[in-house]
Design a protein around this ligand. Structure first.
Ligand code: CUA
Length: 325
């Protein structure tokens, strides 16, 4: 093959492999479970490729190199060995290899428990708080590296599927039922999770950030997250407007307004990487756009728009929320 063509080809292969990386890739392993699934994928791929080459090789050899007649006995032997024994053996071996992955060890001591509740179209996340009780957050999951986590998965109205490709396989979230998924995150980094089951209009806009960090960083974050909101005094106007517009009827901001249960908890919303469940980077601008017209960003969203408020007021509310770190 000429060198130029070879170079072009290897460039293409590199491009294709790059498409398999990134924050939401099942081939970018950051945990032992994802690595096991990845190994299964590569074994299946390798076996399929080897068998394909074998069959194609036999076909080419039969047509070009040895186009002679077979005796009936020889032909029958070929069918029994090549058509029955060989595929049965190969499929049984691959099945056995795959079934091994279904074995689950009992949940070890010291496993972190996180509840994730699928809503349309966002994620309610509950941690056991360091001082007892529960810390509620949304749309961002932080996990300590090197410690197993048991995710308890439930759903509100419809079936969702919880999936962090870099950490492991997916698991359905079914209303009226709790499914459990144990993951072992190993490599710190920022990953992306997504809903993997069609759940309505904005299914494709139901993602979340996953932050795997060193255990000390995680503990510090959880302590901060468990604390009530502490907005700066300069945000007093935004806070008044937030309360005056009735936002607290749906959203809880611990330490300020404790009623809202319907929408995401906003106690530390400014400290999350994204708004709208992975939709846009958190900033005053994106928060203001969301408050004015959430359905323009996420069709079908339950939250009404507040475009009737003066622009300056919307910005003040957005600044107040952005300040909730
Ligand atoms: Cu939730 Cu698709």
């Amino acid at each position: 093959m000429p060198l130029l063509t070879l170079r072009r080809l290897s460039g293409r292969v590199a491009l294709v492999s790059l498409a398999g990386c990134g924050p939401q890739s099942a081939l970018n392993f950051a945990g032992t479970d994802a690595a096991e699934i990845g190994r299964l994928f590569y074994v299946m791929l390798g076996s399929a490729a080897a068998i394909w080459i074998l069959v194609m090789g036999a076909a080419v050899w039969g047509v070009l190199r040895a186009p002679s007649e077979h005796t009936e006995r020889h032909a029958k032997l070929l069918i029994v060995v090549g058509g029955v024994i060989f595929p049965t053996l190969v499929l049984a071996l691959l099945l056995g290899f795959g079934l091994r992955l279904l074995e689950r060890d009992p949940v070890p001591e010291g496993t972190l428990r996180v509840e994730v509740h699928g809503e349309q179209w966002w994620w309610r996340v509950r941690y056991e708080a360091p001082e007892g009780g529960v810390t509620v957050t949304a749309n961002e999951i932080r996990l300590p590296a090197g410690r197993p986590v048991e995710l308890r998965l439930t759903a509100a109205e419809v079936i969702h599927s919880f999936w962090i490709p870099s950490l492991g396989g997916k698991m359905d979230m079914i209303p009226g039922r709790e499914n459990r998924l144990v993951l072992n995150p190993e490599r710190p980094g920022l990953y992306r999770g997504a809903c993997a089951e069609f759940c309505g209009t904005s299914h494709a806009l139901m993602a979340f950030a996953v932050v795997v960090e060193e255990p000390e960083e995680f503990e510090a974050w959880l302590a901060r997250e468990a604390a009530p909101a502490a907005p700066e005094d300069t945000m007093a106007r935004g806070r008044e407007l937030f309360l005056g517009a009735g936002c607290g009827g749906c959203h809880r901001v611990r330490g300020i307004v404790e009623l809202g249960e319907v929408g995401p908890d906003l106690t530390h919303v400014g400290g999350r990487r994204t708004i709208g469940a992975g939709l846009a980077e958190t900033s005053v601008e994106t928060l203001a756009s969301w408050i004015a017209a959430p359905s323009a960003m996420k069709p079908g969203v339950h939250m009404p728009g507040y475009a009737m408020l003066p622009e300056a007021d919307i910005r003040a509310i957005a600044e107040f929320l952005y300040g909730l770190k």
